[in-house]
Write a protein that binds this ligand. Structure first.
Ligand SMILES: *[C@@H]1O[C@H](CO)[C@@H](O)[C@H](O)[C@H]1NC(C)=O
Ligand SMILES: *[C@@H]1O[C@H](CO)[C@@H](O)[C@H](O)[C@H]1NC(C)=O
Ligand SMILES: *[C@@H]1O[C@H](CO)[C@@H](O)[C@H](O)[C@H]1NC(C)=O
Ligand SMILES: *[C@@H]1O[C@H](CO)[C@@H](O)[C@H](O)[C@H]1NC(C)=O
Length: 276
């Protein structure tokens, strides 16, 4: 551990960690800035943020942790309040802090202003033992100067844009937001940013009005008269579905008529059906 780290530790002991901190508390999330949940820590605990690497993903755990764990060299020699040169290893991070909800903005290390090799690593020896510099994404984090990687810059996401307005005016739609890999952009063989440049969430607006729709036509009725010329009829109703108060009624006619030709009336009495 270097001197700066010991100083931070000592300061922590002297001032004491404020009792009963409130910390952001989320497990396995993709963006620590999205964490909304909080938890009250017991006394003697600090807020922590830890990165977890899966095969193709970077996840974060956040919450309270005993100060011993924050300082423990078994968890991570750098997992303490304060940062050493090797916290430039942005892919692996475990840090604690001791003000309320301070753990969303940790593990965001500015690029080192100078290109310096990690003083805890013997770059020349590592290089001769297993060609450290060949794995330049790793070498960049530990021995950038020795391996001549000072111009290599890994990409980092810029802030998310504001959420777009909802994509619909009624029912469910989506809000979207975007970010660019421009803080900084990758250059000289540096890695592209991990994760998606587009985020989306569901937005729920008021229910859409239900417009009416016709049922299918009924069968033709029988003729209105039993002889001579009459009419027959078919019909439909605006109930498929029925419009709600804000919806439109069906367009068009609900009845359709057609002429029906029967035998001429003779002495027989003419029957008139009631349907018209
Ligand atoms: C974290 O989340 C990912 C994706 O949702 C899941 O595959 C993985 O098993 C989770 N890991 C833990 C430790 O819960
Ligand atoms: C992206 O994730 C992979 C797998 O966890 C990791 O090897 C790689 O270094 C990450 N790249 C960046 C730019 O974070
Ligand atoms: C909108 O989303 C909610 C929650 O996901 C769901 O319960 C509801 O049925 C959706 N409404 C419509 C009109 O799709
Ligand atoms: C109206 O009903 C017809 C017949 O059932 C159906 O084919 C059509 O999709 C419906 N239209 C709407 C807007 O619901």
């Amino acid at each position: 551990m270097n001197k700066g780290v010991w100083f931070s530790l000592a300061a922590l002991y002297v001032t004491g960690v404020a009792e009963c901190l409130e910390c952001l508390s989320c497990l396995n999330i993709t963006d620590p800035n999205d964490c909304q949940a909080t938890t009250q820590c017991a006394s003697g605990q600090s807020c922590f943020l830890q990165t977890v690497h899966t095969d193709n993903d970077l996840r974060y755990n956040m919450g309270c942790q005993t100060n011993q764990q924050c300082k423990s060299s078994t968890v991570n020699p750098n997992g303490i309040i304060g940062r050493s040169i090797s916290t430039r290893q942005q892919y692996s991070c475990h840090e604690c802090c001791s003000t309320n909800n301070c753990n969303a903005h940790m593990c965001v290390h500015g690029k080192p202003s100078e290109c310096k090799d990690d003083e805890t690593i013997d770059c020349a020896r590592m290089s001769s033992i297993f060609n450290l510099c060949d794995d330049f994404h790793h070498a960049k984090l530990t021995c950038p100067k020795f391996c001549g990687l000072c111009q290599l810059v890994d990409g980092n996401w810029a802030e998310w844009s504001a959420w777009s307005t909802c994509s619909v005016t009624c029912d469910n739609g989506t809000n979207t937001r975007t970010r660019t890999c421009s803080n900084p952009s990758p250059s000289n063989g540096g890695l592209n940013c991990n994760g998606s440049s587009i985020g989306s969430k569901v937005c729920t607006m008021q229910l859409c009005p239900v417009h009416g729709n016709w049922t299918g036509w009924s069968a033709w009725s029988g003729c209105s008269v039993s002889c001579d010329v009459g009419l027959r009829k078919k019909w439909r109703t605006c109930t498929n579905p029925k419009p709600d108060p804000l919806g439109d009624y069906c367009e068009g006619d609900s009845n359709e008529y057609a002429v029906c030709l029967n035998d001429p009336c003779d002495a027989r009495s003419k029957h008139v059906s009631a349907f018209l």
